[in-house]
Design a protein around this ligand. Structure first.
Ligand SMILES: NC(=O)c1ccc[n+]([C@@H]2O[C@H](COP(=O)([O-])OP(=O)(O)OC[C@H]3O[C@@H](n4cnc5c(N)ncnc54)[C@H](OP(=O)(O)O)[C@@H]3O)[C@@H](O)[C@H]2O)c1
Length: 338
């Protein structure tokens, strides 16, 4: 395995400089069933060695557990890592499958203090609004986030799953370094409005679930049959029943391109996500999630794969053929509101 460090890019006009691929840390404590802590720690260290600097977490992940788990790693490497965390989402105590969204200023203030405490650091490098609560004016929420910057609790601001209009309104209040939204060979809805707005405003895009939550690697093909009872992917329409079978068949061109590069299908999915930067003319930093050192090596190696025009054309129709939404409740996404 080549140990050369990856290139870096700046998030937004004045945001932090980060390796062109980040690491999603959610699965280390949340959503995809139990994870091995030793394995996750090895994945974190290896990622940093290979030039990953943007590490993504949220207060939602394990109700704070993920931030607590990451704290020793972040503190040991404070000057080398860019810590991204999020507020706005929590789990409904009466129904763990449901999410509560809050964007009101007192809530944001409580959240930032709790995240700083769990992370064990003085400042959060990139603080995202995880979901938009449409009942709170975005000017109020981003206004509070801007105050946190002025108070030195947060360095840069980000938004997740906002619409193009919401991004414009937020940008009018304070510079936004990045929008983090789902973007992959299977999920391209943000290309209609959000991506052009981000390009126009000089905001970077951080694609989450760039491996289609693992489906694009071929690691599972039906969530109900292949994944554990606690796995969140069992609730996602596109990974169950007839949809899953139809969607698994869509991976054939990904496998064809992978063969040509002597690569894995997951690496092709990541190379495709990375290449959105050139295709759409904006900064793109995908954050694949893994709890395994070997997969960090595999995923970061994808930053060196460049797909040809013919290969991009072969992959182009996939997203429009995917059966089933990416969430059961699409109103929590930008596509569900624009
Ligand atoms: N803003 C939001 O609303 C939002 C939503 C979802 C996620 N996120 C963030 O985005 C990050 C990434 O998204 P994600 O974790 O949902 O999905 P993803 O990166 O598309 O896929 C992660 C899944 O793929 C598996 N995987 C990773 N590399 C692999 C490889 N090379 N071969 C085979 N399987 C592989 C992982 O399992 P192993 O751990 O076993 O490798 C995990 O199950 C998250 O960690 C989180 O930080 C944000």
């Amino acid at each position: 395995m080549n140990d050369s460090r990856m290139a870096t890019v700046r998030l937004g006009e004045s945001g932090p400089e980060v390796g062109v691929q980040g690491l999603g840390c959610m699965g280390m404590s949340f959503a995809y069933g139990p994870a091995d802590a030793e394995s996750s720690r090895a994945a974190l260290e290896r990622a940093l060695e290979l030039g990953v600097t943007l590490f993504d977490t949220a207060d939602l992940y394990g109700a704070g557990e993920n931030e607590t788990f990451l704290s020793p790693f972040f503190r040991a490497h404070r000057d080398e890592v860019v810590i991204a965390t999020k507020f706005a989402l929590s789990t409904d105590p009466d129904d763990p499958t449901k999410r509560i969204i809050r964007n009101d200023p007192p809530y944001i203030r409580r959240c930032v203090e709790a995240s700083l405490r769990r992370l064990g650091v003085d400042v959060i490098d990139l603080y995202y609004m995880h979901r938009r609560d449409v009942h709170v004016p975005i000017e109020d929420s981003v206004g509070t986030m801007a105050e946190l910057v002025r108070e030195g609790k947060v360095k840069h601001l980000g938004l997740s799953e906002v619409t193009a209009d919401e991004l414009r309104d937020a940008r009018a209040v304070h510079p936004i370094a990045a929008v983090q939204s789902e973007w992959s060979l299977f999920s391209r809805d943000i290309e209609a409005h959000v991506v052009p707005a981000a390009r126009e405003l000089g905001v970077a895009l951080v694609p989450y679930s760039p491996l289609g939550r693992g489906f694009l690697t071929g690691a599972f093909s039906n969530a109900e049959a292949d994944l554990t009872d606690q796995d969140f992917r069992r609730t996602l329409p596109r990974f169950t029943g007839e949809n899953a079978a139809a969607n698994a068949a869509l991976l054939e061109p990904v496998r064809t391109v992978a063969k040509a590069h002597d690569a894995s299908p997951g690496q092709i999915a990541l190379a495709w996500a990375q290449q959105r930067a050139a295709v759409h003319g904006l900064t793109v930093v995908p954050i694949p999630g893994t709890t395994k050192r070997a997969r960090v090596e595999e995923n970061t190696a994808a930053t060196r794969i460049v797909l040809t025009e013919d290969e991009l054309a072969l992959l182009e129709p996939i997203a429009s053929r995917v059966s089933g939404d990416r969430y059961p409740n699409m109103s929590m996404t930008s596509a569900g509101r624009e």
